[in-house]
Ligand binder design. Structure first.
Ligand SMILES: NC(=O)c1ccc[n+]([C@@H]2O[C@H](COP(=O)([O-])OP(=O)(O)OC[C@H]3O[C@@H](n4cnc5c(N)ncnc54)[C@H](OP(=O)(O)O)[C@@H]3O)[C@@H](O)[C@H]2O)c1
Length: 336
Protein backbone atom coordinates (compact mmCIF):
# COMPACT_ATOMS: atom_id res chain seq x y z
CA UNK A 1 0.00 0.00 0.00
CA UNK A 2 1.56 3.28 -1.15
CA UNK A 3 0.86 6.10 1.27
CA UNK A 4 3.50 8.72 0.53
CA UNK A 5 4.07 10.98 -2.45
CA UNK A 6 7.69 11.96 -3.15
CA UNK A 7 7.88 15.55 -4.42
CA UNK A 8 10.66 17.96 -5.32
CA UNK A 9 10.01 21.39 -3.94
CA UNK A 10 11.55 24.76 -4.78
CA UNK A 11 13.15 25.49 -1.41
CA UNK A 12 15.00 28.74 -2.15
CA UNK A 13 15.58 31.05 -5.09
CA UNK A 14 19.03 30.97 -6.70
CA UNK A 15 21.38 33.78 -5.65
CA UNK A 16 23.70 33.80 -8.67
CA UNK A 17 23.29 30.46 -10.45
CA UNK A 18 21.14 27.47 -9.57
CA UNK A 19 22.39 24.82 -7.13
CA UNK A 20 21.17 21.59 -5.57
CA UNK A 21 20.47 23.53 -2.36
CA UNK A 22 17.58 25.31 -4.14
CA UNK A 23 15.63 22.03 -4.17
CA UNK A 24 14.37 19.78 -1.40
CA UNK A 25 12.86 16.33 -1.34
CA UNK A 26 9.51 16.18 0.40
CA UNK A 27 7.26 13.25 1.35
CA UNK A 28 3.64 14.37 1.37
CA UNK A 29 0.50 12.39 2.11
CA UNK A 30 -0.82 10.38 -0.81
CA UNK A 31 -3.48 12.50 -2.59
CA UNK A 32 -7.00 11.03 -2.87
CA UNK A 33 -9.15 11.69 -5.96
CA UNK A 34 -12.56 13.22 -5.24
CA UNK A 35 -15.66 13.07 -7.48
CA UNK A 36 -14.71 13.91 -11.09
CA UNK A 37 -10.97 13.54 -10.37
CA UNK A 38 -8.26 11.06 -11.32
CA UNK A 39 -5.12 9.92 -9.51
CA UNK A 40 -2.04 10.01 -11.74
CA UNK A 41 1.21 8.12 -11.38
CA UNK A 42 4.13 9.89 -13.01
CA UNK A 43 6.06 7.68 -15.42
CA UNK A 44 8.34 10.21 -17.11
CA UNK A 45 9.23 13.81 -16.27
CA UNK A 46 10.58 16.24 -18.86
CA UNK A 47 13.51 18.43 -17.76
CA UNK A 48 13.74 21.64 -19.78
CA UNK A 49 16.01 24.69 -19.71
CA UNK A 50 13.05 27.11 -19.23
CA UNK A 51 12.59 25.75 -15.68
CA UNK A 52 15.70 27.66 -14.60
CA UNK A 53 13.94 30.97 -15.30
CA UNK A 54 10.93 29.89 -13.22
CA UNK A 55 13.15 29.36 -10.15
CA UNK A 56 13.85 33.10 -9.91
CA UNK A 57 11.27 35.55 -8.57
CA UNK A 58 10.91 37.64 -11.73
CA UNK A 59 8.04 37.11 -14.17
CA UNK A 60 9.08 36.88 -17.83
CA UNK A 61 6.56 35.33 -20.22
CA UNK A 62 5.37 33.07 -17.38
CA UNK A 63 4.99 33.36 -13.62
CA UNK A 64 7.72 31.96 -11.33
CA UNK A 65 7.29 28.83 -9.21
CA UNK A 66 6.28 29.85 -5.67
CA UNK A 67 8.68 28.95 -2.88
CA UNK A 68 7.56 25.72 -1.21
CA UNK A 69 5.67 24.57 -4.32
CA UNK A 70 6.41 21.49 -6.40
CA UNK A 71 8.73 22.30 -9.34
CA UNK A 72 6.74 22.68 -12.53
CA UNK A 73 7.17 20.37 -15.46
CA UNK A 74 5.42 18.26 -18.03
CA UNK A 75 5.02 14.55 -17.36
CA UNK A 76 3.74 11.41 -18.99
CA UNK A 77 1.50 9.84 -16.37
CA UNK A 78 -0.78 6.86 -15.99
CA UNK A 79 -4.29 7.11 -14.60
CA UNK A 80 -4.30 4.70 -11.63
CA UNK A 81 -7.67 5.64 -10.08
CA UNK A 82 -10.50 7.34 -11.89
CA UNK A 83 -13.69 9.09 -10.81
CA UNK A 84 -13.87 10.77 -14.22
CA UNK A 85 -15.72 9.11 -17.11
CA UNK A 86 -13.33 10.64 -19.66
CA UNK A 87 -10.26 8.84 -18.29
CA UNK A 88 -10.05 5.10 -17.74
CA UNK A 89 -7.61 3.39 -15.39
CA UNK A 90 -4.47 2.51 -17.35
CA UNK A 91 -4.79 5.45 -19.77
CA UNK A 92 -1.59 7.39 -20.49
CA UNK A 93 -1.78 11.17 -20.54
CA UNK A 94 0.50 14.16 -20.72
CA UNK A 95 0.09 16.27 -17.63
CA UNK A 96 1.55 19.51 -16.23
CA UNK A 97 1.86 18.29 -12.62
CA UNK A 98 5.62 18.59 -12.23
CA UNK A 99 8.32 16.96 -10.20
CA UNK A 100 6.31 14.46 -8.09
CA UNK A 101 5.39 10.79 -8.13
CA UNK A 102 1.60 11.20 -7.90
CA UNK A 103 -0.89 13.97 -8.65
CA UNK A 104 -4.62 14.65 -8.72
CA UNK A 105 -6.37 16.19 -11.72
CA UNK A 106 -9.95 16.98 -12.71
CA UNK A 107 -8.96 16.06 -16.27
CA UNK A 108 -9.06 19.58 -17.72
CA UNK A 109 -5.29 19.88 -17.87
CA UNK A 110 -4.66 16.38 -19.26
CA UNK A 111 -4.13 15.34 -22.87
CA UNK A 112 -4.63 11.68 -23.79
CA UNK A 113 -1.62 10.38 -25.73
CA UNK A 114 -2.16 9.54 -29.39
CA UNK A 115 -1.53 5.86 -30.12
CA UNK A 116 1.55 5.98 -32.31
CA UNK A 117 3.99 3.10 -32.18
CA UNK A 118 6.56 4.88 -29.99
CA UNK A 119 7.58 4.69 -26.34
CA UNK A 120 5.53 6.96 -24.01
CA UNK A 121 8.64 9.06 -23.29
CA UNK A 122 8.72 10.12 -26.97
CA UNK A 123 5.73 12.38 -26.21
CA UNK A 124 8.05 14.54 -24.12
CA UNK A 125 10.73 14.71 -26.81
CA UNK A 126 10.37 14.12 -30.51
CA UNK A 127 6.54 14.08 -30.40
CA UNK A 128 6.29 16.58 -27.55
CA UNK A 129 6.74 20.32 -27.26
CA UNK A 130 10.47 19.91 -27.85
CA UNK A 131 10.05 18.43 -31.32
CA UNK A 132 7.19 20.74 -32.22
CA UNK A 133 9.24 23.80 -31.23
CA UNK A 134 12.09 22.75 -33.50
CA UNK A 135 9.99 21.77 -36.50
CA UNK A 136 7.27 24.41 -36.14
CA UNK A 137 9.54 27.40 -35.65
CA UNK A 138 11.90 26.34 -38.44
CA UNK A 139 9.05 25.91 -40.91
CA UNK A 140 6.96 28.92 -39.87
CA UNK A 141 9.65 31.49 -39.09
CA UNK A 142 12.68 30.13 -40.93
CA UNK A 143 10.85 29.26 -44.17
CA UNK A 144 13.67 26.95 -45.28
CA UNK A 145 14.29 26.28 -48.96
CA UNK A 146 16.39 23.54 -50.53
CA UNK A 147 19.97 24.67 -51.03
CA UNK A 148 19.91 27.24 -48.24
CA UNK A 149 22.45 27.19 -45.43
CA UNK A 150 20.92 26.43 -42.04
CA UNK A 151 23.05 26.67 -38.90
CA UNK A 152 21.64 25.41 -35.60
CA UNK A 153 23.22 25.70 -32.15
CA UNK A 154 22.92 23.00 -29.43
CA UNK A 155 22.35 20.70 -32.40
CA UNK A 156 22.59 17.50 -30.35
CA UNK A 157 19.86 18.64 -27.98
CA UNK A 158 16.14 17.90 -27.96
CA UNK A 159 15.13 20.93 -30.05
CA UNK A 160 18.34 21.29 -32.06
CA UNK A 161 18.41 17.70 -33.35
CA UNK A 162 14.88 18.03 -34.75
CA UNK A 163 15.73 21.37 -36.40
CA UNK A 164 18.87 19.87 -37.96
CA UNK A 165 17.09 16.82 -39.38
CA UNK A 166 14.08 18.79 -40.59
CA UNK A 167 16.41 21.15 -42.47
CA UNK A 168 18.39 18.21 -43.87
CA UNK A 169 15.20 16.44 -45.04
CA UNK A 170 14.13 19.63 -46.80
CA UNK A 171 17.41 19.82 -48.71
CA UNK A 172 19.19 22.52 -46.73
CA UNK A 173 22.92 22.54 -46.20
CA UNK A 174 22.88 21.98 -42.42
CA UNK A 175 25.67 22.81 -40.00
CA UNK A 176 25.18 21.83 -36.38
CA UNK A 177 27.06 23.56 -33.58
CA UNK A 178 27.89 21.52 -30.49
CA UNK A 179 30.53 21.17 -27.78
CA UNK A 180 33.40 18.71 -28.15
CA UNK A 181 34.65 16.05 -30.57
CA UNK A 182 32.38 13.26 -29.36
CA UNK A 183 29.26 15.33 -29.90
CA UNK A 184 30.52 16.49 -33.33
CA UNK A 185 30.97 12.87 -34.39
CA UNK A 186 27.36 12.09 -33.43
CA UNK A 187 26.11 14.96 -35.61
CA UNK A 188 28.10 13.68 -38.57
CA UNK A 189 27.36 9.97 -38.21
CA UNK A 190 23.83 9.89 -36.75
CA UNK A 191 22.25 13.08 -38.08
CA UNK A 192 24.28 13.16 -41.27
CA UNK A 193 25.03 16.88 -41.12
CA UNK A 194 28.22 18.97 -40.89
CA UNK A 195 29.43 19.65 -37.37
CA UNK A 196 31.18 22.60 -35.76
CA UNK A 197 32.74 22.53 -32.29
CA UNK A 198 32.23 25.82 -30.43
CA UNK A 199 34.83 24.76 -27.85
CA UNK A 200 37.52 24.73 -30.57
CA UNK A 201 39.65 27.89 -30.45
CA UNK A 202 39.21 28.23 -34.24
CA UNK A 203 35.41 28.23 -34.01
CA UNK A 204 35.02 31.65 -35.59
CA UNK A 205 37.28 30.86 -38.56
CA UNK A 206 35.71 27.42 -39.01
CA UNK A 207 32.21 28.91 -39.07
CA UNK A 208 33.27 31.31 -41.84
CA UNK A 209 34.86 28.47 -43.82
CA UNK A 210 31.73 26.32 -43.63
CA UNK A 211 29.39 29.16 -44.62
CA UNK A 212 31.16 30.90 -47.52
CA UNK A 213 27.90 32.40 -48.84
CA UNK A 214 26.66 33.32 -45.38
CA UNK A 215 23.98 31.80 -43.17
CA UNK A 216 20.44 31.94 -44.54
CA UNK A 217 18.82 30.65 -41.35
CA UNK A 218 20.36 30.65 -37.90
CA UNK A 219 18.30 28.70 -35.35
CA UNK A 220 19.67 29.73 -32.00
CA UNK A 221 19.23 27.68 -28.84
CA UNK A 222 22.17 29.16 -27.02
CA UNK A 223 22.68 32.96 -27.29
CA UNK A 224 25.90 34.71 -26.17
CA UNK A 225 29.15 34.40 -28.11
CA UNK A 226 27.87 31.71 -30.49
CA UNK A 227 24.90 33.86 -31.50
CA UNK A 228 27.13 36.87 -32.09
CA UNK A 229 29.51 34.88 -34.28
CA UNK A 230 26.52 33.66 -36.30
CA UNK A 231 25.10 37.17 -36.59
CA UNK A 232 28.35 38.34 -38.12
CA UNK A 233 28.10 35.61 -40.77
CA UNK A 234 24.48 36.02 -41.84
CA UNK A 235 23.59 36.21 -45.53
CA UNK A 236 21.55 39.10 -46.88
CA UNK A 237 17.86 38.57 -46.06
CA UNK A 238 18.76 35.86 -43.55
CA UNK A 239 16.41 34.74 -40.82
CA UNK A 240 17.75 34.74 -37.28
CA UNK A 241 15.51 32.64 -35.02
CA UNK A 242 15.84 33.11 -31.27
CA UNK A 243 14.63 29.94 -29.58
CA UNK A 244 16.65 29.99 -26.36
CA UNK A 245 19.60 31.54 -24.55
CA UNK A 246 20.86 28.63 -22.48
CA UNK A 247 24.48 29.86 -22.49
CA UNK A 248 23.62 32.61 -20.07
CA UNK A 249 21.31 32.87 -17.14
CA UNK A 250 19.20 35.97 -17.80
CA UNK A 251 18.49 36.34 -14.10
CA UNK A 252 22.10 36.12 -12.92
CA UNK A 253 24.37 39.23 -12.87
CA UNK A 254 25.67 39.91 -16.39
CA UNK A 255 29.13 40.97 -17.49
CA UNK A 256 28.54 44.33 -19.16
CA UNK A 257 32.19 45.02 -19.92
CA UNK A 258 31.81 44.24 -23.61
CA UNK A 259 28.82 45.89 -25.25
CA UNK A 260 28.09 44.05 -28.49
CA UNK A 261 24.77 45.69 -29.24
CA UNK A 262 26.05 48.41 -31.59
CA UNK A 263 27.62 45.81 -33.87
CA UNK A 264 24.56 43.55 -33.60
CA UNK A 265 22.21 46.30 -34.72
CA UNK A 266 24.53 47.25 -37.57
CA UNK A 267 24.37 43.65 -38.79
CA UNK A 268 20.55 43.69 -38.73
CA UNK A 269 20.59 46.72 -40.99
CA UNK A 270 23.44 45.83 -43.31
CA UNK A 271 22.10 42.32 -43.99
CA UNK A 272 18.39 43.33 -43.87
CA UNK A 273 17.78 40.46 -41.44
CA UNK A 274 14.58 39.20 -39.94
CA UNK A 275 14.90 38.35 -36.25
CA UNK A 276 12.13 36.30 -34.72
CA UNK A 277 11.71 35.20 -31.14
CA UNK A 278 8.97 32.69 -30.35
CA UNK A 279 7.40 30.60 -27.61
CA UNK A 280 6.22 27.07 -28.35
CA UNK A 281 2.57 27.62 -27.38
CA UNK A 282 2.17 29.82 -30.45
CA UNK A 283 3.06 26.77 -32.57
CA UNK A 284 0.40 24.45 -31.14
CA UNK A 285 -1.73 24.79 -34.28
CA UNK A 286 1.07 22.94 -36.14
CA UNK A 287 1.00 19.91 -33.80
CA UNK A 288 -1.10 17.66 -36.03
CA UNK A 289 0.90 18.51 -39.17
CA UNK A 290 4.13 17.90 -37.26
CA UNK A 291 2.99 14.56 -35.81
CA UNK A 292 2.02 13.30 -39.28
CA UNK A 293 5.35 14.41 -40.71
CA UNK A 294 7.45 13.08 -37.82
CA UNK A 295 5.71 9.68 -37.86
CA UNK A 296 6.27 9.39 -41.61
CA UNK A 297 9.93 10.34 -41.24
CA UNK A 298 10.33 7.83 -38.39
CA UNK A 299 8.80 5.06 -40.54
CA UNK A 300 11.00 5.98 -43.51
CA UNK A 301 14.05 6.22 -41.20
CA UNK A 302 14.50 9.85 -42.18
CA UNK A 303 14.61 11.09 -38.61
CA UNK A 304 16.19 9.71 -35.49
CA UNK A 305 16.11 10.78 -31.87
CA UNK A 306 18.05 10.23 -28.69
CA UNK A 307 16.64 10.32 -25.20
CA UNK A 308 18.91 10.92 -22.25
CA UNK A 309 17.03 9.07 -19.52
CA UNK A 310 17.95 9.43 -15.85
CA UNK A 311 16.42 6.97 -13.36
CA UNK A 312 14.70 8.18 -10.18
CA UNK A 313 12.91 11.38 -9.21
CA UNK A 314 15.45 12.11 -6.48
CA UNK A 315 18.10 12.45 -9.22
CA UNK A 316 16.11 15.17 -11.03
CA UNK A 317 17.91 18.24 -9.54
CA UNK A 318 21.37 16.94 -10.48
CA UNK A 319 20.15 15.86 -13.92
CA UNK A 320 18.51 19.25 -14.47
CA UNK A 321 21.77 21.08 -13.71
CA UNK A 322 23.64 18.84 -16.16
CA UNK A 323 21.69 20.51 -19.01
CA UNK A 324 23.66 23.70 -18.41
CA UNK A 325 26.95 21.81 -18.51
CA UNK A 326 26.12 20.16 -21.83
CA UNK A 327 26.12 16.67 -20.29
CA UNK A 328 22.98 15.48 -22.07
CA UNK A 329 22.82 14.08 -25.59
CA UNK A 330 19.24 14.30 -26.78
CA UNK A 331 16.07 15.02 -24.84
CA UNK A 332 16.61 14.94 -21.06
CA UNK A 333 13.95 12.88 -19.27
CA UNK A 334 13.62 11.41 -15.78
CA UNK A 335 12.11 7.95 -15.49
CA UNK A 336 10.21 8.38 -12.26
N1 LIG B 1 11.12 29.24 -27.37
C1 LIG B 1 10.57 28.13 -26.93
O1 LIG B 1 9.34 27.99 -26.86
C2 LIG B 1 11.44 27.00 -26.49
C3 LIG B 1 10.92 25.69 -26.32
C4 LIG B 1 11.80 24.65 -25.97
C5 LIG B 1 13.16 24.94 -25.76
N2 LIG B 1 13.61 26.21 -25.91
C6 LIG B 1 15.04 26.54 -25.75
O2 LIG B 1 15.75 25.75 -26.70
C7 LIG B 1 17.06 25.48 -26.21
C8 LIG B 1 17.31 23.98 -26.27
O3 LIG B 1 16.42 23.34 -25.37
P1 LIG B 1 16.41 21.75 -25.22
O4 LIG B 1 15.32 21.41 -24.30
O5 LIG B 1 16.46 21.13 -26.55
O6 LIG B 1 17.78 21.50 -24.44
P2 LIG B 1 19.02 20.69 -24.99
O7 LIG B 1 19.50 21.34 -26.22
O8 LIG B 1 18.65 19.25 -25.05
O9 LIG B 1 20.12 20.79 -23.83
C9 LIG B 1 20.87 21.86 -23.61
C10 LIG B 1 22.16 21.89 -24.46
O10 LIG B 1 22.54 23.25 -24.59
C11 LIG B 1 23.93 23.32 -24.77
N3 LIG B 1 24.53 24.28 -23.83
C12 LIG B 1 24.34 24.35 -22.51
N4 LIG B 1 25.07 25.35 -21.99
C13 LIG B 1 25.74 25.91 -23.04
C14 LIG B 1 26.65 26.99 -23.16
N5 LIG B 1 27.04 27.70 -22.10
N6 LIG B 1 27.12 27.31 -24.39
C15 LIG B 1 26.73 26.61 -25.48
N7 LIG B 1 25.87 25.57 -25.43
C16 LIG B 1 25.39 25.23 -24.22
C17 LIG B 1 24.51 21.92 -24.46
O11 LIG B 1 24.82 21.28 -25.69
P3 LIG B 1 26.33 21.28 -26.29
O12 LIG B 1 27.14 20.35 -25.49
O13 LIG B 1 26.15 20.92 -27.70
O14 LIG B 1 26.82 22.66 -26.10
C18 LIG B 1 23.34 21.22 -23.81
O15 LIG B 1 23.39 19.82 -24.01
C19 LIG B 1 17.11 26.08 -24.80
O16 LIG B 1 17.72 27.34 -24.86
C20 LIG B 1 15.66 26.20 -24.42
O17 LIG B 1 15.45 27.20 -23.46
C21 LIG B 1 12.79 27.24 -26.26
Amino acid sequence: MINKNLQIILKSRPKASISKQNFSLHQSEMPLPQAGEVLLKTLYLSLDPYMRGRMYGATSYAAPVKLGNVMIGETISEVIQSNNANFAVGQLVSSPHGWQQYAISDGNDLVALPKYDVSPSAYLGILGLTGLTGYGALIRHGQPKAGETLVVSAANGGVGSIVAQTGRNLGCNVIGITGGEKKCKILETELNIKALDYKDSNFSTNLKKLTPKGIDIFFDNVGGDIAFEALNNMAVHGRFLVCGTISFDRNAPQDKSHDRFPNAFAQLLIKRLKVQGFIFDELIDMKEEYHQQAIKWLKDEKITFREHIVEGLDNAPEAFMSLFRGQNIGKLIVKV
